[in-house]
Design a protein around this ligand. Sequence first.
Ligand SMILES: NC(=O)c1ccc[n+]([C@@H]2O[C@H](COP(=O)([O-])OP(=O)(O)OC[C@H]3O[C@@H](n4cnc5c(N)ncnc54)[C@H](O)[C@@H]3O)[C@@H](O)[C@H]2O)c1
Length: 340
Amino acid sequence: MENILITGGAGYIGSHTAVALVEAGYQPIIVDDFSNSEKNVLEGLSKITGLSIPCYEGDCNDRSLLEKIFSEHALTGVIHFAAYKAVGESTQKPLKYYGNNIFSLVALLETMEKFGVENLVFSSSCTVYGQPDELPVKESTPRKVAESPYGNTKKICEDILVDQVKSEAKLAAIALRYFNPIGAHPSSHIGELPLGVPSNLVPFVTQTGVGIRKELTVFGDDYNTPDGSCVRDYIHVMDLAEAHVKAISYLRGKNAPFYDLFNVGTGTGNTVLEVIQAFEKVSKQALNYKIGPRRPGDVEKVWADTEKITRELDWHPKYTLEDSLRDSWNWQLALSKTPA
Ligand SMILES: NC(=O)c1ccc[n+]([C@@H]2O[C@H](COP(=O)([O-])OP(=O)(O)OC[C@H]3O[C@@H](n4cnc5c(N)ncnc54)[C@H](O)[C@@H]3O)[C@@H](O)[C@H]2O)c1
């Protein structure tokens, strides 16, 4: 079996990708410092896969730890999820975000070079597009000035990959620009674990549904969209996980130096109010929400052009918006049953 290192593999997207890798016949190896995840994610993974996935606890900025992992396992590739991702916090603590998100990529690239590991998939974000001038957004759509230090780290990391490949380094890299990942594994053994008050819509919706939050505020209903609320491209996390498996196998057919980037979304935009309606349908309950003012920094509408990833990686999303909301809701219900 080919070994794939997943940094941040105990996190939301990393853990689901571990499952998809196992299903595709790869052996995932996790490194995570658990700064934004829980150790019991590993139990969830073994319930789903029937395997005990090797996990190293530590920081990806720690080169000696990376070297230990690389010397203990012959790696086919690396998927680099590990990063801090709270947009709001990044405006308060920019150095924390630049320090972790950028230096961990540099440490990883240096270690890959040292050990002759060529294939890398990097977690980027549609945040690099800001409010794009054209919709749906293509990979060729120009990036905008980042709205936050977090967004800037994604742009800088993409640029680091481009420069490294231009330098003729033995690196074959793909940046995946995720749109809005939601949902959970259908088994409800793993899912999203937001710390504190969620800043993303769906965890707030499900937490309101289960009574942890009293009320959801919809930030603005006067945008230029079908019902006035913001539009996003919500993608089921298992579809997103599958895109990583496709990206890894695509890289194995490429010779370094190589770089490309792909949008990962469904190609469809949904409004906040449509997400609420889908939630109400699958949970068979009314959600307590109110309309509030616009939130500063929110983009009005963004959704992906997925033609490139469909054509090049033969990747197709399988889950609907309702599937995603159903899996998020079941995960929330499972969490609520777990003793704290
Ligand atoms: N979830 C989203 O909406 C979204 C959207 C676009 C891009 N992304 C990117 O995808 C990646 C994964 O996101 P996620 O939602 O799974 O986040 P997450 O916080 O659930 O997972 C990230 C994991 O990385 C770990 N980590 C952070 N810094 C580390 C370090 N230096 N060393 C070791 N482990 C470290 C955390 O403990 C966590 O388990 C991130 O790079 C994020 O920026 C996420």
